[in-house]
Design a protein around this ligand. Sequence first.
Ligand code: FES
Length: 171
Amino acid sequence: MSDLQHATSPSGTRPPTGDDEARALVERLAEPCTGRRGALLPLLHAIQHEVGWIPDSLVPFVAHALNLSRAEIHGVITFYPDFRRRPAGRHVVKLCRAEACQARGGAAIEAAAADRFGVAMGETRPDGQVTLEPIYCLGLCATGPNALVDGKPVSRVDAARLERIAAEIAA
Ligand code: FES
């Protein structure tokens, strides 16, 4: 197995079908956090962990479970880049956009990655093979520019490393 493949890839997950399934999923995941302050973020993380993304169809059930408005929930989902509103590709490549990596050529790497992988930042390639996303500091600032490829950190990303990542994605 490629070292880019791992069990936590969000591909292969499916959203609940129908209101009954959606309600049951949200109620099950909300149970540990219901009544607690700040329950929304843990619930959204739990949904994303289980489904792989946060379908809009679940928002009304989240609102009901936590007694919040749909607008509040949409606001949180759209504020945090970690929350996905669409399924991710089979491989997820996150490139660091924080200051130290930018100072080490992060913007050029981002452009090269978009070109090499054939997908714009924040998008999933039409074949579903790769999603390119920003991330904001991995705590590895001295070895930037950094990436997170299917959850694994890759430091000192350059053209050669992008090529290796592209080859593994294509494998
Ligand atoms: S700025 Fe990129 S890892 Fe810290």
